[in-house]
Ligand binder design. Sequence first.
Ligand code: ATP
Ligand code: MG
Length: 374
Amino acid sequence: MAENIFSKHSRINEIFKDERALYSEFLPEKLPHREKEIDGLAFCFKPLLSGKKPLNAVVVGTPGTGKTVSSKFVLSQLEELSGRAKSLYINCFEFNSRNSVLFLIANFVGAALPRRGLAADEIYSRMLDYMKNCNFVPVIILDEADQLLAKDGEKLLYDLLRLESEKIYFGLILISNDFMLTSNLDARIKSSLRAESIVFEKYSPKQLKDILRERTELAFFDNVLDKNVIDVAAAHSAKLGGDARIGIESLLKAGRIAEKENTNKVSLSHLKKAFSLMDSAVIKKTFPFLSKQEKNLIKLISSFDGVYSGELFEKYSKIQNHLELRQFRAVISKLELMNLISAPLINVKPKGKSKFISLKVPKESLENFIKEKT
Ligand SMILES: Nc1ncnc2c1ncn2[C@@H]1O[C@H](COP(=O)(O)OP(=O)(O)OP(=O)(O)O)[C@@H](O)[C@H]1O
Ligand SMILES: [Mg+2]
């Protein structure tokens, strides 16, 4: 009889001790080289421990510098110690309007509102009622806050900051890649935000090495990684912007490739294969937050080398029933804001201006990502 197809997979996994330590949602107990930033965040929220008003924090830095993980780490430590503070994490790629964020906060403090049919002011007043009687102090993380501020986020900040006049305390962390996040805010909002700004610098190759070593010790069995694998992964992530995410993800991919080949060592050649499989950071970060329709549109855009918005709308209407121009424009703006496409207005004779839309991420990465996820 032919060999059973499972017999070659039957060896006990000899590569990963626990690959979850390399997943993006993993919250490590140690965050090397972020001591200063973590202290800065802790300083903001320490007043909560003695029933006082915390400072708000604005966290900025380039991708993969540990902003999200450090903020979550600080708040989980705070919750562990105080029992009075409770944090709500909101990714503004997913929730990017005043309405949707108010809704989440209102429900977080106990309002149990229906998903549809309430205007922002109504949600606000219900949130206020529940906040007054809330037996914990909410700490709200608005991650990718630029996505919100590009829309009606300023109004939302105004809503939140006016809670203070009702003597309601809460904490707020705004996180973004945009170093100028708060510079264009209305002066009144800026002054009542009273935010500590915490800048996350890019990691150096040496720092990346320490981070990767820490994570790989949790993820891989001893002596599985060939000499130089960590160093090369660290150098690669340093070259691509000091981004720890790239290093961690390439090690996970390299480990899986080695596993598939049924070897018990992860070599430099596995790592190099992993590099070539890596998706663009922007795709990885934004794609999970796109709807099916939005994904279809980006796939369609990727089939052109650049296309005017009129022609794109026409083609897209054929695969997307009941599409309104208004909706289409909103999706284009969203994809542009997410840095997935560029859409500059261009003069087209004789009709006037039109958006010229093209993909801003490598087409192959997009295809790889779509293939992997479907
Ligand atoms: N000092 C560190 N120690 C251990 N892991 C880290 C450290 N810094 C970042 N990481 C890991 O690197 C990855 C990226 O970190 P994180 O998501 O916090 O970056 P970010 O600054 O929020 O990036 P982005 O701006 O793209 O959202 C995560 O897997 C995180 O756990
Ligand atoms: Mg982040």
